[in-house]
Design a protein around this ligand. Structure first.
Ligand SMILES: [Fe+2]
Ligand SMILES: [Fe+2]
Length: 227
């Protein structure tokens, strides 16, 4: 690892090496909304051994590099986010939503936390669908140079999107807490398992999605608008 150490911000690790996202997920380290904290503080907050994390990162970096988002133009990066992460949400949320409803209805009486998961999931889904529309209709065309001024400054729109990312991150963290880290109970039915696995995957994809926007796309768009 060159220049990456315990004092490096966790978001920076993932910006330089996207494959590190999977390692942070494994240790429960928040690299998207909490991406500006140094690795040492993030490990301390989660009670994980920093040496173990650094050793995993070091091993991962010996593998061949993944698609480097930094090399894409702003338009290509916005298109990549839409094609990969927005599409993932549009493909996943409708079915997962039905499964969450079903599990809450069947198991809710014995496990009231599942009713709370359903409430948060519904809110998350509605907010994310609306959020993606705003990015695709207003922000991304502006960033990609495909639309003219929209009567509101770029930094203002970005701040609003980042606040919505924080809210999505909090919803996911709450669902993780309510399901005790997506722990599959003994004898859980197929739908219950699918919900827990689906929520874990949703959290992972959303973290990578928000990271790409908060730490790569948005700062580069702001820098470009000042030139
Ligand atoms: Fe997005
Ligand atoms: Fe976003």
């Amino acid at each position: 690892m060159t220049n990456l150490n315990a004092q490096t911000q966790v978001g920076q690790f993932v910006t330089e090496h996207p494959c590190v996202a999977r390692i942070f997920e494994k240790f429960g380290i928040d690299y998207c909304c909490g991406g500006r904290q140094p690795l040492s503080s993030a490990c301390e907050a989660r009670g994980v051994n920093i040496e173990e994390v650094l050793s995993d990162i070091s091993k991962a970096l010996q593998s061949p590099p993944e698609k480097d988002l930094q090399k894409l133009t702003l338009a290509e990066l916005a298109d990549h986010i839409v094609a990969l992460h927005h599409q993932y949400l549009r493909d996943t949320l409708p079915l997962l939503s039905k499964q969450v409803d079903r599990v809450a209805m069947v198991h809710g009486p014995g496990r009231p936390e599942l009713l709370e998961v359903r409430r948060i999931f519904r809110e998350f889904t509605a907010e994310m669908m609306d959020h993606m529309e705003k990015e695709e209709q207003i922000l991304f065309p502006l960033i990609a140079g495909r639309s003219g001024p929209v009567g509101c400054s770029l930094s203002h729109i970005i701040e609003a999107m980042e606040a919505e990312h924080d809210s999505a991150g909090q919803a996911l963290a709450k669902m993780r807490e309510l399901t005790r880290n997506y722990d599959i109970p003994e004898g859980a039915c197929t739908t219950y398992r699918a919900v827990l696995q689906g929520l874990a995957e949703l959290e992972q994809d959303t973290h990578i999605h928000v990271h790409a926007e908060n730490h790569i796309l948005f700062p580069r768009a702001i820098a470009a608008s000042r030139n």
